[in-house]
Write a protein that binds this ligand. Structure first.
Ligand SMILES: Nc1ncnc2c1ncn2[C@@H]1O[C@H](COP(=O)(O)OP(=O)(O)O)[C@@H](O)[C@H]1O
Ligand SMILES: [Mg+2]
Length: 331
């Protein structure tokens, strides 16, 4: 399995007021790799995830780019999405667990559907596998609770059911959208260690969307920082924490509460809000909130350029980002 995304763009709505939620975004993910996707609320993380899964809401459309999975095309122009792969080879944990759980079916029935369809298990095999999965994600008395419905579980348990359902057919790629945000710390640690085991033992490729930089530090080898629908920095987790390059990444890191900060002291916050982008940008989208911004930041859209080994950032103030090279200039 490998995931290749090339210049993906997604917009909500039609015409000049359409919202450019994901813009010109590229990434690659290899088996056994965990890529963290971070950024404030509204920067396009969930839209990216839904696009890869072929599950964009009706208001959204892919306006450009390609996505390939293990040599097969997922997205390219008007090509039909290969939905038979979904739930089998690629799966998703949704930010809101009720998106993946059906309120009208018992838990057993919901797990039985994919297990029978994709893995061709018998009823009793499906039942046994469901019990094992529920136990793995920490649902107490799984045998007793197979006949229950989603609303009979707590919020945190529903989240764990969503995770178990995503994992039920042993996917090769898992996209997890804020999978542990609603969970308390002990349960969160359990889920993260389960995902880490799958990543290491089964070579699961994991695209982990989170706003929790602590989770990124524990889980991810690589990190992509998104702002206003674009990737603004990409690096190994180690390099990103040690030497963040983009002012937005620096601000995100500074906004993390520290163990040694004064109890009750306010969190550092990034003033202002991410913009709503409705037309192609000719300036840095972060400039209005950037405390280092200069005049040129208002006049040119920064490109994602190398700024160290395996490290890229999109900021005009970085040394590599001099005047754009003309096409024939490349060495
Ligand atoms: N169903 C929708 N209709 C219209 N706009 C949407 C819809 N879902 C998301 N958006 C907009 O798309 C942008 C990206 O949202 P989203 O992908 O949910 O961001 P994130 O997951 O990073 O918080 C936001 O500006 C959001 O308001
Ligand atoms: Mg989201």
């Amino acid at each position: 399995m490998s995931l290749q995304i090339e210049s993906l763009s997604v917009a909500f709505g039609q015409g000049p007021q359409s919202l450019l939620a994901v813009q010109d975004l590229s990434l690659g993910l290899e088996p056994g790799q965990t890529l963290g996707v971070v950024g404030e609320s509204g920067c396009g993380k969930s839209t990216l995830a839904l696009a890869i899964m072929g599950l964009l809401p009706a208001a959204a459309r892919v306006t450009g780019g390609r996505v390939r999975f293990d040599g097969q095309t997922l997205i390219d122009g008007n090509q039909r999405y290969p939905s038979h792969l979904r739930g089998r080879r690629l799966a998703m944990v949704f930010q809101d667990p009720m998106t993946s759980l059906n309120p009208y079916l018992s838990i057993e029935a919901q797990f039985r559907l994919p297990l029978r369809r994709h893995l061709k298990l018998s009823r009793s095999q499906a039942r046994a596998r469901t019990i094992e999965l529920l136990r793995t994600v920490g649902i107490p008395d799984p045998e007793e609770r197979l006949g229950r419905h989603a609303h009979e579980f707590s919020g945190g348990q529903r989240q764990r059911l969503g995770i178990a359902l995503a994992l039920c057919c042993d996917p090769e790629l898992l996209i997890a959208d804020e999978p542990t945000t609603a969970l308390d710390v002990t349960i969160q640690a359990g889920i993260l260690s389960l995902l880490r085991d799958l990543q290491q033992q089964r070579r699961l490729g994991l695209l982990l969307i989170t706003h929790d930089l602590g989770v990124v530090a524990q889980m991810c080898q690589e990190v992509m920082v998104m702002y206003a629908g674009r990737c603004v920095e990409r690096a190994s987790a180690e390099a990103l924490f040690a030497q963040p390059q983009h002012p937005y990444t620096k601000a995100l890191l500074a906004a993390v509460p520290r163990l040694d900060s004064e109890p009750g002291s306010a969190l550092a916050n990034i003033p202002g809000q991410p913009p709503r982008i409705t037309s192609p940008s000719h300036s840095c989208p972060f400039a209005p909130r950037c405390r280092f911004a200069e005049e040129r930041c208002q006049q040119q859209l920064p490109q994602l350029l190398p700024c160290g080994p395996g490290h890229q950032a999109a900021c005009l103030l970085l040394p590599q980002a001099g005047p754009a090279q003309a096409p024939g200039d490349a060495p």
